[in-house]
Write a protein that binds this ligand. Structure first.
Ligand code: PLP
Length: 379
């Protein structure tokens, strides 16, 4: 067995060799600044614009709707700022299980701009309560607010998925602006935005075997957006700074590969998740799972019964060469645990471990991990 066993693919994925090969020329001989007008610059300009076309094709949108950024965090910040500053949103509705790149940003702007911030309720398994979303939209409208709804498509900790048609229908009905953090779904599912109501989506390259430090913000033709970072006129004045050419080229290549092999990869990865769930249920009595059964196929969030040696379990896994993420409810409120697990309620005292898979994992790795868990928890 090759160690370490990497089961933390929702945190980041290894760069694929194929993607690296596409990126390499732009780290070496094709080094020109895309803003330069001579041929060395024109080569990299062409590479950036070709990458934009590839990404746009995979989202079924126009290339002019795609802006390259430094990743999911920046794209989320840019979407939220644009909704407030350029679309006139004065109310925000989001959920307590969003990534901090959304939660901390909406908290910041709601303090700065006197914006009404509402948190939508969740169902028991961590999905959005759509009746409550409608109530919140109605309340904000009655108060004369223009709402921004910011809800992620796939949750990075528990894998719950958003029902897009319902959210789109509600946002349309209440004339709300809709942003979706799609960092865990772009590159993992086909995305067709051609008839979508969504105004902004965010994505990040390192979640699907692309490079770190590059992402996109999609801005629909009906939305307005402006820069978060000021300076030069790159990205049609939307994102100043010399383009991360090899990152951008790598993002497009990784997305292309991911979509080419989507059917096969998603079936394989979903199979690994189901296998691990089955083995855990068989061998570790009392385990529970966070999030819905039919969730994101890359993520399995496991709640080991009260009494399982909490942090020491993660340490033990690390020492035996298994990389996973922890997450326990944050009882102190000082940020020491997972806000997502805390939002689910009734998980206090249980040890949560998130296992997340990629096409590079194997059944043998899953079996070994379950053996290690068994020896730690059922000595
Ligand atoms: N949103 C979600 C759902 C994520 O999982 C992450 C990364 O962990 C981010 C946003 C932040 O993306 P990035 O690391 O590209 O800034």
């Amino acid at each position: 067995m090759k160690l370490p066993i990497y089961l933390d693919n929702a945190a980041t994925t290894p760069l694929s060799r194929e993607v690296l090969e596409v990126m390499m020329p732009y780290m070496t001989e094709s080094f020109g600044n895309p803003s330069s007008t001579y041929s060395v610059g024109r080569t990299t300009r062409l590479a950036v614009e070709t990458a934009r076309k590839t990404v746009a094709k995979h989202l079924s949108v126009k290339p002019s709707s795609v802006f390259f950024t430094s990743g999911g965090t920046e794209s989320n910040n840019m979407a939220i700022l644009s909704a407030i500053r350029d679309m006139g949103c004065t109310g925000i509705i989001t959920s307590p299980i969003e990534h901090h790149a959304v939660l901390h940003t909406v908290q910041y702007y709601s303090r700065q701009h006197d914006i009404l911030l509402d948190m939508v309720s969740l169902t028991k398994d961590g999905c959005i309560d759509y009746n409550d979303l409608e109530q919140k939209l109605m309340r904000q409208k009655n108060l004369g607010k223009k709402s921004l709804v910011s809800l992620m498509y796939a949750n990075n900790e528990i894998g719950s998925l958003l029902d897009l048609p319902i959210v789109e229908r509600l946002c349309r009905q209440y004339d709300a602006v809709f942003h979706s953090d799609c960092v865990q779904s772009v590159g993992h599912y086909p995305v067709d935005l051609s008839t979508s109501y969504v105004h902004y989506i965010s994505a990040s390259g390192h979640k699907f075997h692309g490079p770190k430090g590059v992402g996109i913000l999609y801005v629909s033709p009906s939305a307005k957006a402006g820069p978060l970072i000021h300076g030069g006129s790159q990205e049609r004045n939307m994102r100043a700074g010399t383009e991360n050419v090899y990152g951008i080229v790598g993002f497009a290549a990784a997305l292309d590969i991911a979509m080419r092999s989507y059917e096969e990869d998603s079936r394989y990865i979903g199979g690994l998740k189901a296998y691990m769930r089955e083995l855990l249920e068989k061998r570790l009595p009392g385990v529970r799972f966070n999030g819905p059964i039919q969730g994101l196929y890359t993520v399995l969030s496991v709640c080991f019964p009260k009494g399982a040696a909490s942090e020491s379990l993660l340490l033990y896994l690390d020492q035996t060469g298994i990389c996973v993420s922890g997450g326990s409810a944050c009882s102190s409120g000082n940020g020491g645990g997972s806000h997502v697990i805390e939002a689910l309620g009734d998980r206090m005292g249980c040890t949560t471990v998130r296992f997340s898979f990629s096409k590079f994992n194997t059944k043998e790795e899953i079996e070994h991990t379950v053996d290690v868990l068994h020896s730690a928890l059922c000595p």
